[in-house]
Design a protein around this ligand. Sequence first.
Ligand SMILES: [Zn+2]
Length: 200
Amino acid sequence: MLLTGGDGQRFRFDAGTLCLEFLLSGAVEPWELLREPADLAAWAPLTRLGIEGPVTAGPGDLTAARRLRAAIWRLAVRSAGAEGVPGVPSPIEDPPGEAASPAGDDLRVLNAAAAAPPPVPVIGADRERGWAYPVTASQFLSAVARDAIDLFSGPRAGRVRMCAGDNCYLIFLDTSRPGARRWCSMSRCGNRQKLRTRRS
Ligand SMILES: [Zn+2]
């Protein structure tokens, strides 16, 4: 996905997986991009799902999207062993075996969203894979939640990272073989670090 930093720099960022990509829709203020249902409908086609047709979204979908995104954000920050973002409440550690914990709530949010039917795949006359349109927001959120369940329930959860750059809170799945990815992008935080090292 092509992002624009606070300083205007455009750079490519690979979140590594759909559910972490969803955080780019603005998991925390002031980066919120989903302010009305139409924003969600416009944002869904930007993801790696490859949606190329219309997406429908209503007011309830917007609430559901934000709730799901917040749950994924907290689970991802915890998986990354990160502190979160200053000024944003950090995830509360849940006591072991405590079902009615905030983390338990987040898992329930994931499960509820994943219980809805996902987008329906179709194959065209040209053997191209696509989706049955319109894709509903609920189908889109189901795909995101299913991806999150896959991620947080498996070994890849240990590969969730927050960018090591200063004031950069981008979260990604490290899919590199050695598992040593530190930066959101080499052309952004990776490069800044290189310059800093050179200067010092
Ligand atoms: Zn970064």
